[in-house]
Design a protein around this ligand. Sequence first.
Ligand code: V47
Length: 410
Amino acid sequence: MSAAQGSGIATGGINETAAAGSTKERLVRRRAEAAGLGDIADKVLASQRLSCEDGLRLYEADLHAVGALANWVRERIHGDRTYFNVNQHINYTNWCNKFCSFCSFDRLPGQEGAYLLEPEQAAAKLLEHADQPVTEVHMVAGVWPKIPYDYYLNLLRAVKAARPEIHVKAFTMVELDQIAKTARHEGRHETLAEVLEDLKAAGLGSCPGGGAEVFSERIHAEGYKNKISGEQWLATAREVHRAGLRSNCTMLHGHMETIAERVDHLDRLRRLQDETGGFQTYIPLSFHPENNEWSHYCGPTALDELRELAVARLLLDNIPHIKAYWILMDVPVAQTALAFGADDVDGTVVEEKIYHDAGATTPQEVGRAELVRWIRDAGRVPVERDTLYNVVWSADEQLAPVGAPAPVAG
Ligand code: V47
């Protein structure tokens, strides 16, 4: 099967013709051959799907050879384009009953630092930045079963009323699972599909990729047994996509997971994407070890982060975008990642809490101009996107004019 078949990724991408048989291709092949990856290079250069066994080898092979292959794919799909957005994070509560070993953000109600924002307070946070050209609000939070169903609808309505033009990307699969349970408990709805219709009517535009952690049953039992299983996460994402919503996907790496468990996770994402085509972006989430029960794990090194992005670009042939989320890696690493498969750096963020509670040393927000500068400094072409990858502004004159929708890839 062709790697991009049925994926929505344009195989005749902007640089494909130029890259075929080019010096660049020969260099990529030679480097791969020297690393013992000649057969994998053949598949990659012919846009053929890699196997899980190939994935295992990519985790062990010379990083620069793997990176060169991933960069070749990245440039075939996106050329030099690198996406960012102007967004704002709102973590509406840190109340949580999941007690995940990796989490530093959760609190019990009444504990020092615990909070639940009223919908009006969340809206007020958006209005604090009313002078900024924000196109997305990203809302993820802890899970607390006593929060009533109407809270979630009112939260969406309040942020939409405050800034109707903004796309609301909210609720991980874990939160959605709880919202559906609450709706059943209150006798409001029986199915997640019905709940999603309510959420969409209240303003939900798409869903973020968190909460997946690592799908491995072994790690789930060890580190986050109160959370939905990997299979339930995937089943929830399937429902979200069936409801016509796009979502992102993630993997939390750099703790107790094995390479085989990482490949299995990526494979399960790839199989669901073959089925639904609903994932827009994959984001590897680097484990941050401060103030949580997993502090004895160190988290990934910069080189681990680059490899994680590169392997993902090569295995996830049907997901259009790979994000190097600048908040959780040092900015120079995120810039380097743009030559290791990543084509997106996320956004201005504004008030990141989850990673900073766990020891992140990056700023909690950044200006739009800085993002543009970082991307240009890395030798790439900045493209401001909205949540659904419509082009808002671009330094690339070939792209659609401001405001007009761009193709998903290429
Ligand atoms: O689900 C929590 C992770 C996720 C830690 O979709 C941690 O564009 C590392 O969903 N170390 C939430 N990771 C973040 C999230 C997200 C972030 C950026 C972009 C998008 C997107 C989504 O953060 C959680 C969990 O997997 N997380 N604690 C930690 N100590």
